[in-house]
Design a protein around this ligand. Structure first.
Ligand code: NAD
Length: 480
């Protein structure tokens, strides 16, 4: 059955069960998928991405009005870099890893073997609709699994691009795309899987974890939340402001690792706010008309999210905030100008909910300790960004806060280094993706102990227990 038949929403339960059964039979017939076959899958994915570069831009443009160069960077190049990284390192990742042997285990040898988890499910969000499906897919295939991908229904052009291109590059028993909304997702989550890799909101993350519990399926949750940026008085303020402005404008702030809000030393607060305004003018023009016409400012994904963001802006103003820059919108076009908010009350929704859009509240602090306690009082974020030239301040923030990832004196870029595991901490996620961490996430790390030679001591462990075993236990407890 071609996957396109299954993909027509709503996919019915028997369709899904048949697809999973087909992948399971394929997995069982080929396990463990040899190195060469995995390389072939990754190379097919690489070719598919390369061949689809232009149509990918069009699909994303239709969903978001996002600049081609941004699509090339954040959807295309990031995927290609990750595939090439896997191609380069797969042989090493697949090798069983020897572990040390403690003295008391003499005569044995231990190793860890990564074995595939089987038929896996990848549920993707809308904000990077292709890349956030492709990156986990790379890990799933590298680890020798099959995969079913459920893209977001909010970006239908990108979802179709995935279905058509992956459908042409892979057989449904290798990789399949199932389109649909919550009902389809719910039906998928009812099925037994070898692993579920979910990227999305913490609220839906809980739904996924509950469903996974039914089959005790391992899950990875890549979630969101409020990622703080701390700017101390020693930072290079014009540079920090420019970098933060860029980080907030990429995909109009609709990015899980966007700086959500800024905590800035009161002594440099006004300079920082002014410099952000200047940076935004340099990026997108000085007038509201210029900003609206900027080809580099993406739109909000849909009217529901536009209304949500305008609601956050209204609520912030009601609580006394002012827009130091921006503050205007054209709802019919789903356009919201990048907006820096000052004088924001801690009661305002913009200070409490994940923003996921181009609004940036800036809060002043008097002592670094105050900023640290502000972060500590909230859920662990996906990222924490820190701008400082003082090594002891940097160390203090790192030591007293926790987050999935941190960038010092820049933003977003840790995502691009496949050697750094990517994921959240607590409320912002569970488990790790990218590079070798992603490969291991999609593997069962099996511990294997080989008995190599036997001595008389081994038998002392058998009943009837005598003096020798008691002495052995004493030695082990005291000396080993
Ligand atoms: P979402 O949680 O609403 O949806 C994600 C996926 O889950 C979609 O495919 C959707 O169809 C499905 N879904 C939605 N409701 C469901 C339900 N009740 N039951 C089963 N499936 C359901 O998230 P979103 O709005 O698409 O994306 C935005 C969120 O994702 C933000 O919180 C953002 O921070 C987070 N995010 C995290 C990362 C990361 O890598 N950590 C990356 C991108 C986005």
């Amino acid at each position: 059955m071609p996957v396109t038949e299954l993909a027509a929403p709503p996919a019915t339960a028997p369709d899904l069960a048949a697809l999973i059964e087909r992948q399971r039979a394929h997995f069982a017939a080929h396990r463990p998928l040899p190195y060469a076959a995995r390389i072939d899958l990754l190379q097919r994915l690489l070719k598919m991405m390369e061949a689809g570069r232009v149509s990918l831009r069009a699909a994303i443009q239709a969903d978001f009005h996002r600049a081609d160069v941004e699509v090339d960077l954040t959807e295309y190049a990031v995927s290609l870099m990750e595939i090439r990284h896997a191609l380069r390192h797969l042989r090493g990742w697949m090798k069983p890893r020897r572990v040390g042997t403690p003295l008391g285990m003499l005569g044995t040898r231990g190793e860890i073997r990564c074995e595939p988890r089987g038929v896996t499910l990848i549920i993707a969000p809308w904000n990077y609709p292709v890349q956030l499906a492709i990156l986990p897919l790379i890990s799933a295939l590298a680890a020798g699994n099959t995969a079913v991908i459920k893209p977001s229904e909010l970006t239908p052009n990108s979802a179709r691009w995935l279905r058509e291109n992956l459908g042409a590059a892979f057989r449904p028993e290798e990789v399949a795309v199932v389109e649909g909304g919550i009902e389809v997702s719910t039906e998928l989550l009812r099925q037994p899987w070898g692993h579920i890799f979910f990227t999305g909101s913490p609220q839906v993350g809980k739904v996924v974890m509950r469903a996974a519990a039914e089959h005790l399926t391992p899950v990875t949750l890549e979630l969101g939340g409020k990622s703080p940026t701390i700017v101390d008085a020693t930072a290079d303020i014009p540079r920090a402001a420019e970098v933060v402005a860029w980080g907030k404008c990429v995909n109009a702030g609709q990015i899980c690792i966007a700086p959500d809000y800024v905590l800035v030393d009161r002594r440099v607060h006004d300079e920082f706010v002014t410099e952000i305004g200047r940076a935004l003018d340099r990026f997108h023009g000085t007038t509201p008309e210029a900003k609206r016409a900027s080809p580099d400012l993406p739109r909000i994904v849909n009217h529901r999210h536009t209304d949500r963001l305008l609601g956050l802006l209204d609520d912030a103003r009601t609580h006394g905030a002012t827009a130091a820059t921006g503050g205007f919108a054209e709802a019919s076009e789903r356009f919201i100008a990048p907006t820096v908010l000052t004088g924001v009350s801690a009661e305002a929704r913009v200070a409490r909910e994940e923003i996921f859009g181009p609004l940036l509240p800036v809060f002043p602090f008097d002592e670094l300790d105050e900023a640290i306690r502000f972060v500590q009082a909230r859920e662990n974020p996906l990222c924490l960004y820190l701008f400082s030239r003082n090594p002891s301040n940097i160390e203090e923030v790192l030591a007293r806060t926790s987050s999935g990832g941190t960038v010092v004196n820049d933003v977003l870029l840790h995502y691009m280094n496949a050697n750094l595991p990517f994921g959240g901490a607590g409320w912002s996620g569970l488990g790790r993706g990218h590079g070798e961490a992603g490969f291991r996430t999609f593997s069962n790390e099996r511990s294997v102990l080989y008995r190599q030679w036997d001595g008389p001591v081994r038998r002392w462990l058998h009943p009837p227990y005598g003096e020798k075993v008691k002495r052995l236990v004493e030695v082990m407890s005291r000396w080993l």
